[in-house]
Design a binder for this molecule. Structure first.
Ligand SMILES: *Cc1c(COP(=O)(O)O)cnc(C)c1O
Length: 402
């Protein structure tokens, strides 16, 4: 495992913010349960801890969400198995875990043995079925329906031909649920494409129900990620899979706009993550000095700089060169010249009068100023999802719970 230097930048995680975001989603699902057609059954809250909990740190986020949610979704089978070990080590009760990502036949067996639910979404399921049977294992499984994202899943019209074996009495899969994933809920304020996907989802559900027969237990349906959970109540179904919202981010500006119309009150999502760094060097440069590789920045006047031991290796994008600012003593301090592999240089002129070290907030708030993940992502020509998931897994995470 990579380990960061003790001088490296670090991540602070706001535990109350995680709990507040969970409460926001519980509240929204409480409203949808009041809709007459689903009145008998409460919509359950599933969260997504893939990609190292969206870069926040799986090991740190897990203890905060584990007791408060109904089901946890992972991409990597390894993450699910690690969570089972953590539960055992800490004497926690087992939470429902569902792997929604690519899974090898061998991993299907390990998940089945660990009581982790699996997704049937690609051709690996055929070899997996054989291997599970050979080992005498059975897995709780969810069928992924392709409804228009053109990613994983089976088309409604290929279910009877490809998945017929699920109806066999010796099938190693106990089918518990059906899922799909929206393609275009975040980038729009009108949800026509999502409505079409819901109709494909319905077709897929009927095909599976037909295949499994009338005596099969009722299937759980789930299709909503954060955006649909926030703005498309008709998509809530039996449980939702909330990713980005758990970490306190709106999926997009469009989702936030839609929510103002759809919800009685705009929910307050609280960003969980801050990224901080202590300077390695503070010094005065004479007017005319150049800063960094390529000499892309030249000081117009005498300039006090702070050098921070953080760079693109840690996930601070090189596209932030000459564009971003960090916060020092509550002021915006410009990133000068290029972002390097392990260093950035910042203009702290007027913010400090000597060469003693200063602390920078790369992402988060200091006083009345904030650098949000959305701002950083905009400067780096990407989205906040990519920005946070790329924050180095090697960096230290500190959970702040007060
Ligand atoms: C990532 C993912 C989610 C969560 O999406 P958010 O927009 O982060 O809420 C839900 N379902 C699937 C299948 C995913 O891949």
């Amino acid at each position: 495992m990579l380990e960061a230097s003790s001088q490296a930048s670090w991540i602070e995680l706001n535990a109350p913010a995680v709990r507040a975001n969970i409460a926001v989603f519980r509240d929204i699902l409480g409203h949808s349960a009041a809709v007459p057609e689903s009145a008998q059954q409460q919509v359950q809250l599933g969260v997504v801890l893939k990609a190292n909990a969206y870069g926040h740190g799986l090991l740190e986020i897990l203890p905060l969400v584990h007791p408060l949610v109904d089901i946890i979704h992972l991409i990597s089978p390894r993450d699910a198995l690690e969570i089972r070990r953590i539960e055992a080590r800490n004497n926690w009760s087992q939470r429902r875990l569902l792997v929604i990502g690519a899974t090898s036949p061998d991993e299907f067996c390990q998940l089945a043995a660990g009581g982790v639910e699996v997704t049937l979404g690609d051709a690996n399921v055929f070899a997996a079925a054989q291997m599970l049977k050979n080992k005498g294992l059975r897995a709780d499984a969810h069928v992924h329906i392709e409804t228009g994202l053109s990613r994983e899943g089976f088309f409604p019209n290929e279910i009877s031909s490809k998945l017929g074996f699920l109806a066999d009495s010796d099938s190693p899969f106990r089918i518990k649920g059906i899922l799909s994933h929206f393609a275009n809920t975040e980038d729009v304020t009108e949800q026509q494409y999502a409505v079409e996907q819901l109709s494909e989802f319905e077709k897929g559900t009927q095909a599976i129900e037909l295949l499994l027969g009338a005596n099969h237990p009722k299937l759980e349906r789930h299709i909503a990620a954060s955006a649909a959970t926030l703005v498309l109540p008709m998509a809530h179904r039996d449980f939702v899979r909330v990713g980005i919202g758990l970490y306190g981010f709106w999926p997009s500006a469009e989702t936030r706009l839609s929510a103002k119309i759809v919800l009685p009150q705009l929910p307050k999502l609280k960003p969980v993550l801050s990224w901080k760094c202590r300077s390695q060097v503070v010094k005065l440069l004479r007017a005319g000095s150049y800063v960094g590789y390529g000499c892309t920045f030249r000081c117009e006047r005498d300039t006090r700089i702070a050098v921070f031991p953080v760079g693109y290796f840690d996930g601070y994008p090189r596209l932030l060169s000459g564009r971003a600012h960090v916060l020092v003593h509550g002021h915006r301090a410009s990133v000068l010249g290029r972002v390097m592999m392990n260093h950035i240089v910042v203009d702290v002129t007027g913010m400090t009068s000597d060469d003693s070290p200063v602390e920078a907030t790369l992402l988060g708030s200091d006083g009345s100023e904030t650098v949000s993940a959305e701002m950083l992502a905009g400067w780096a020509q990407t989205i906040h999802y990519e920005l946070v998931t790329r924050i180095g897994a090697h960096l230290k995470r500190i959970v702040i719970d007060q």
